[in-house]
Design a protein. Structure first.
Lengths: 33, 262
């Protein structure tokens, strides 16, 4: 069962990561110049 | 009088006409210092860690009579890498949410005004980050740490307290402002724990200049940062940076506050 819990945690982490990147990019339209 | 300015690309003057790999003299910070000796310690893409570090370095070098700092968006983070990152400030590097981007069209969509040269520069920088390993590191960092609001707010507040205490301990008069008010307007501060409370309570808010809240429908109703204020007041913008007109208007708003600091 532990592997299922690990998998769920990894998926949760990935969703949180993608959501945060989207939010940061909306706020901070950074360019390298 | 010697004046040091710290900040990110807004203080460096990215996309202003006189900014060609050297800081502009037409940013609001440069205009505040126009009768004085001006040292710009800002650099495009700087995180708040980088802003604090570079401002302290400049103070150490120039012994200024007055300092102005514009804090940037939380969510950028500076690290000193164990290898050459290929960037101008290597091995220091401020990562941001774009460091992990692989899709060119996603970058282009953010441009207010399209510019092929700037887009090319973005792609080259992202490619370099992929080659050196910085992009891999950034992805892991954002996945495990940087994706929480707590860490971005905590990190930024710590840098503000650090620079504030440095300046106060040396009796250097200073004024802080910011690009975006999200450092102070967030869930982490509204529901602060002991760690965040200790940082917030350590900040001398009387040394901050916030751009006035918007009054029109759809505008930010909290105090604003320079970038929010300039966009919502519809000043001309390059690909992503407010141009000369916005800087001059910001200078007019700030000058009395800046001249009064002691």
């Amino acid at each position: 069962m532990q592997w299922i819990k690990n998998l769920i945690n990894r998926i949760k982490l990935e969703i949180q990561y993608r959501k945060k990147l989207k939010e940061l990019r909306k706020r901070d339209p950074f360019i390298y110049k | 009088m010697i004046i040091v300015a710290g900040g990110d690309s807004f203080v460096y003057g990215s996309e202003l006409a006189d900014c060609n790999n050297t800081p502009s003299n037409n940013t609001f910070t440069a205009l505040l210092a126009q009768q004085h000796t001006y040292h710009c310690a800002a650099y495009p893409g700087n995180s708040n860690e980088a802003i604090a570090r570079q401002t302290v370095n400049a103070c150490h070098q120039y012994n200024p009579d007055r300092v102005i700092v514009s804090w940037t968006f939380p969510g950028r983070y500076e690290f000193r890498f164990g290898y050459n990152t290929g960037q101008r400030l290597s091995p220091w590097y401020s990562i941001n949410s774009w460091t992990v981007e692989q899709n060119v069209s996603a970058i282009e969509q953010e441009f207010v005004t399209k510019d092929e040269d700037i887009l090319k520069a973005q792609i080259e920088t992202i490619e370099r980050a992929k080659k050196t390993g910085v992009a891999d590191f950034a992805r892991t960092f954002y996945q495990h740490v940087g994706s929480t609001e707590y860490w971005e707010v905590y990190s930024s507040l710590k840098e503000i307290v650090y620079l504030q205490n440095y300046l106060k301990s040396r009796n250097i008069p200073y004024l802080f402002t910011l690009a975006d008010y999200s450092i102070f307007d967030n869930y982490t501060i509204q529901h602060r724990d002991a760690t965040i409370a200790s940082l917030v309570d350590s900040i001398d808010m009387s040394r901050f200049y916030f751009f006035p809240p918007g009054t029109q429908n759809g505008e930010t109703t909290t105090p604003r940062g320079f970038y929010q204020w300039a966009l919502e007041n519809k000043y001309k913008v390059g690909t992503t940076h407010p141009l000369e007109e916005a800087h001059y208007a910001a200078y007019l708003l700030l000058q009395d506050y800046f001249n009064a600091v002691d």
